[in-house]
Structure formats: structure tokens, C-alpha cells
Design a protein around this ligand. Structure first.
Ligand code: 9G3
Length: 569
């Protein structure tokens, strides 16, 4: 591509609204432009990168014998009513009426559509196992789109769905997709971890993993063991319970009321009573699917709402409002388990404590010497808290858990028969009996990947694309296009490299060198060839990502080095 003709509108400054580095650099490099909140156009360079990522995904899914198809974005509401999800999803599901006033949804995902297709086309075990995938635009009306392509409302996803006659075949499909994801993310140059995850509303019989790219901007937190391969989304991560020393200490005291005017938070309690956070029972009031519930965790722990929802089988879990707390006979900031007329979920660390200080359910008061089991009963005792860095790994003897931020770029689910039963996708087995197909589903955020790679591959000057992803493999820059020798040599190199199949950008603009180099940094090609004063002797400056600095070499040698860099034989 000749840069004088190309639409690459680079920006000198990052637009103020761009918080994430990837968002800033993709805007400044002329890769994307925002049309509306969470809605982006991919300019020529952005589309080239997107297509490179899609090529890698297609190659690896074909290798895993998945078959590509393309489903509509317009989905009849009836399908979502049949699966029961039409009511489950709120404003995030974009709904519309067609001209005949029929209801549709803009597809956020395609379980309902693909299962309906299978229901119509698959009837015998001989047609299974089968894995289908598409690369397609998804719509999710996020409440707070942010960080550019990292969380958009219209985005590109590869979503795959597997169908099997037996659980073994289903597990095999899951493993094949899992391995394909590892190959894809490795070819994209990403540092990532596959982590155990919570399957949430997807249900499904047997587990799910998320592929997390390590990045501080990531909205997710993962817990990773220092010694073994245990890794889990914080929503699900567990710690090895510390050995509780059952001491034959002094006999337990009776509960004692404490007057604690205006002391609401753990920090205020620690100061007012001179106690450690571990000695406090923190009680949070929730409304789970319209039912009130109290969760009690130790003062130094945080409630894990995903674990609470999972334990209750609840679809929604919201903190109670002050009014709801009053109706329940307590007051936020002074809530406690003793005498509370609400089902209590007690975290194991609370239940195993000898005693603790808790809110007294009346203003400005707390209770000391609260003994779990004596002074309050629990409907459930379990793991309702977030693990913390440094806690012991639940999986091995020696390891400790470390916490990292991550961007979820992939998610694989074992769905079981949840959708095939809801939508009657059945087949006749070898004995001629009707069985529901066993499903799995697998997603990769393609446009999110583009931004995530940028997060992991940039420096202060701009993006530093890893080889297979770059919009151009080589950037040829004549310093002055007014100099006939420089321009001629640059054009020769450009033609030579293109004849060898490389994607080359020729900066043939009549611009000052500083502007050219600044733009080259923003565009971020892994190999750069500068054609300057030495053009008279047929020499050019070669530089690439792997070797520091620039080398002055003959043009032919520069071509050799490009071939070496890209491993072209
Ligand atoms: C919705 C809306 C948002 C959603 C969903 C449904 C996430 C929804 C989960 C999945 C599961 C898998 C196939 C590819 C891999 C992920 N957000 N999910 O189902 F209606 Cl508005 O999408 N789907």
C-alpha cells in the first residue's frame, strides 16, 4: 500500500476520552474510529489486523475439524422464549419489532439459533459428533461500554458449538477446542492463562474455563498458584482452609451489648474497639431473586457474590437498600446475625471462629462475644468469600495463590443438554432411542483480541505488533521523496518485497522525516527499512523487532533479512 493514497489518519494526541492504552493507540494509529458509544468502525489498518486474527482462528479451528457456517444476527424472539432466556436477560438484549410487528433480538450469542438448526438437521447418532463455528457480529447493550474495543456494544466474536451423542465425545470436543484456543492465543503472541470459571446463567453440566490475557486494565481477577497449575477466576477460586487450632481456652462469655455511636465500617470498629478485623463478623444484607438473605464473613474477608448466587441458585443478587434493611428489622452498618429474622449464609471462617463482634441490628450498637451456633444458626455454611493473595493453594501442598488482573479473551463451556432439551434437539441412538444431543459452546472475542494484543504489545511511541498480526510486515520509508535516488531505491525495494509476497507499506508522502517516523511508530510494523542519504551507494537502514538498533546494509541484504525475520524459506 502506498501511504500517500492510504486512509491512515494518525493523531498527534490521544483523545481525552480514551483511558486504556489500547484505546488511545488504536485511535492515534488510525485503526478505529468511534461511531457511537461502544460502536466502532475498523479503518483499513484495523480491518487488516482483524482479518489476520480471523485467519489464525480459522486455521486452528479447521485443524480441529470444526466447520464454519454463518448465522443471522436477527433472531426471532420465539427462540429465546422457548429457551426461557427472553425474560432472564434485561436491557442488555437488544430487542426490536419488524415491519409486521413481530419481535426479534439482535444476537448477543447463538445457542438458541444453532440448537434450532441442529433440531431440524440432525436425527441420527451417525451424524455426530459435530462442531460448527462462525465469526460474526454480536450485539450486547452494555450499560457502560468502555476501553474502546475491550467492551463494546457491537463486536466480532468467533462462537463455536459442539454436538455429541455421548459424554465422552462431548469431553473430547471440549478438549479439542481447549487445545485450539491455546494454539490461537499463542500465535497471537499473548501471555494468557486458562482458568476455572463460574458457568453463571449458562448452567451446563460440567464446567467451564476462561482464557485470561494478563493485563492490568483487565476487569477480571484470577488466582494462580505459585507451584502447581491451579488457576481460577476469583469468582470461583478457593483456598486451602487453614488448620484451626482448637484451643481449650477460657469458657465462652455471654453476648455483651456495646454502645458504638456512628461506628459503621470495619475500620471504624477496629479503631473504636481496638480489635483486629479477624475478630469482627461482617454481615451484608442481600435480596436474592426477591428473597432477603444475610451473608456473614470475617471482617478481613470480602463477600464473593458469584459464590453466594451459585449456592442459592439465584438469578439476581442485589445489596439491600436502607429501606429494605429497616423492613427486615435492622439497619445497614449495624446488621448482625443475632436475632435477625433472615436466612443466614455463614462463611466457613466465621463458623469456625470461637466468637466475634457483630452488629446488634439496632442503631449505634454492636454485640461482643457472639458465638456461631450458640447465638445464631446458619441456613448454609460454606465458602462465600474471595480468596486473598498469599493464601494456600487448594490443589497442592506447597503453593500460594497470587492475584492477577486479566482480560477474558476466550470462554469455553460444557453445556450438557440444557439447550437441546429446551429446544428438542434429539437424535436416534444405536438402539433407536431418542436422546438429546450433548452440547458445548466456545467463544473468542476477535475484536477484543485486537485491543488485548495492543495492551500487551506497545511502548510509549506506539503499537509493536507481533509478527503474524501486523497490518504490514514491512514499512519502507524514503526519508525525502524529492531525492530521486531515495525514491527510486525505495520503490525498487517495495516492488521486490511485494513480489516475494510480503505486505508492505511505502511511505511515499512528501512529509518531513519526523512526521514519517512518528507515524511509523504509531503504525507499528515489525520491520522498518529507511532509505536515506546512503541510497547513493545502494544502502538502506534495516531494523526489526528482534534485533536492537539499525544496520546499514545493501538493499538486497535488507530483503534477505526480511525473509529471515519472517522465516520465509
Ligand atoms: C444475552 C446477553 C448477553 C449474554 C448472553 C445472552 C453472555 C450470554 C454467555 C454466552 C455463552 C457462550 C457462545 C460463545 C461462548 C460464550 N452474555 N452470555 O449467553 F442475551 Cl444480552 O454468550 N455463548
Amino acid at each position: 500500500m502506498r501511504q500517500s493514497q492510504a486512509l491512515i489518519p494518525t493523531l498527534r494526541e490521544a483523545p481525552a476520552e480514551a483511558e486504556a492504552v489500547s484505546h488511545q493507540l488504536l485511535l492515534r494509529g488510525g485503526y478505529i474510529r468511534q461511531l457511537a458509544s461502544g460502536v466502532y468502525s475498523y479503518l483499513p489498518l484495523g480491518l487488516k489486523v482483524l482479518q489476520h486474527i480471523e485467519r489464525i482462528v480459522r486455521e486452528e479451528l479447521e485443524a480441529a475439524e470444526a466447520q464454519e457456517l454463518l448465522m443471522p444476527a436477527l433472531q426471532p424472539a420465539e427462540l429465546w422464549q422457548a429457551s426461557g432466556r427472553y425474560a432472564v436477560y434485561g436491557p442488555e438484549l437488544i430487542r426490536l419489532q419488524d415491519r409486521h410487528d413481530r419481535s426479534f433480538a439482535l444476537g448477543p450469542t447463538h445457542e438458541e439459533v444453532i440448537t434450532t438448526l441442529i433440531q431440524q438437521e440432525i436425527h441420527s447418532y451417525r451424524q455426530l459428533p459435530l462442531t460448527l463455528y462462525q465469526i460474526q457480529t454480536k450485539f450486547r447493550d452494555e450499560r457502560r461500554p468502555r476501553f474502546g474495543l475491550l467492551r463494546g456494544r457491537e463486536f466480532v466474536m468467533k462462537d463455536a458449538y459442539s454436538f455429541a451423542a455421548t459424554w465422552e465425545e462431548a469431553d473430547q470436543a471440549y478438549l479439542e477446542m481447549f487445545a485450539a484456543y491455546e494454539r490461537i492465543l499463542r500465535r497471537c503472541g499473548l501471555a494468557f492463562r486458562a482458568v476455572q470459571a463460574d458457568s453463571g446463567a449458562m448452567g451446563g453440566e460440567g464446567g467451564t474455563h476462561e482464557f485470561m490475557a494478563l493485563a492490568d486494565i483487565g476487569e477480571d481477577t484470577i488466582a494462580v498458584c505459585t507451584s502447581c497449575d491451579y488457576a481460577a477466576n476469583l469468582e470461583k477460586a478457593e483456598a486451602r482452609a487453614p488448620v484451626v487450632s482448637v484451643s481449650n481456652e477460657a469458657p465462652l462469655s455471654e453476648p455483651e451489648m456495646l454502645y458504638t455511636p456512628g461506628v459503621r465500617t470495619i475500620a471504624e470498629l477496629k479503631t473504636a474497639l481496638g480489635v483486629e478485623a479477624q475478630a469482627i463478623f461482617k454481615t451484608l444484607l442481600y435480596i436474592a431473586d426477591d428473597q432477603p438473605v444475610a451473608v456473614v464473613v470475617r471482617g478481613d474477608h470480602e463477600v464473593n457474590e458469584t459464590k453466594v448466587k451459585s449456592a442459592l441458585g439465584a438469578q439476581s443478587l442485589e445489596l439491600a437498600t436502607p429501606e429494605q434493611a429497616a423492613e427486615l428489622g435492622t439497619q445497614l452498618g449495624f446488621a448482625g446475625p443475632v436475632g435477625l429474622e433472615v436466612p443466614i449464609l455463614a462463611d466457613t471462617a466465621v463458623w469456625e471462629a470461637r466468637e466475634g463482634i457483630a452488629g446488634a441490628n439496632v442503631p449505634d450498637s454492636h454485640v461482643a462475644h457472639v458465638v456461631p451456633g450458640r447465638d445464631f444458626a446458619a441456613e448454609q455454611v460454606g465458602d462465600f468469600r474471595n480468596v486473598q493473595a498469599g493464601e494456600a493453594c487448594p490443589h497442592c501442598e506447597a503453593g500460594q495463590l497470587q492475584l492477577h488482573r486479566g482480560i477474558e479473551v476466550g470462554h469455553v463451556f460444557k453445556l450438557g443438554t440444557k439447550y437441546s432439551e429446551a429446544l428438542n434437539a434429539r437424535y436416534l441412538d444405536r438402539q433407536g432411542r431418542e436422546q438429546p444431543v450433548i452440547m458445548g459452546c466456545y467463544g473468542i472475542g476477535i475484536s477484543r483480541l485486537l485491543a488485548t494484543i495492543t495492551e500487551q504489545y506497545h511502548d510509549e511511541q506506539g503499537i509493536r505488533w507481533p509478527g503474524e498480526i501486523a497490518p504490514f510486515q514491512v514499512h519502507v520509508i524514503p526519508v525525502s521523496v524529492k531525492d530521486g535516488e531515495q525514491l527510486r531505491l525505495a520503490r525498487e525495494l517495495y516492488a521486490e518485497l511485494r513480489s516475494k509476497g510480503f505486505e508492505v507499506l511505502l511511505d511515499d508522502r512528501d512529509e518531513r522525516p519526523g512526521v514519517k517516523f512518528k507515524d511509523a511508530d504509531l503504525i507499528g510494523s515489525p520491520v522498518r527499512i529507511i532509505v536515506g542519504k546512503a541510497a547513493g551507494e545502494g544502502a538502506v537502514e534495516y531494523s526489526d523487532r528482534r534485533s536492537p538498533g539499525k544496520q546499514l546494509v545493501q538493499a538486497a541484504e535488507a530483503t534477505e533479512r526480511v525473509m529471515g525475520y519472517y522465516g520465509a524459506n
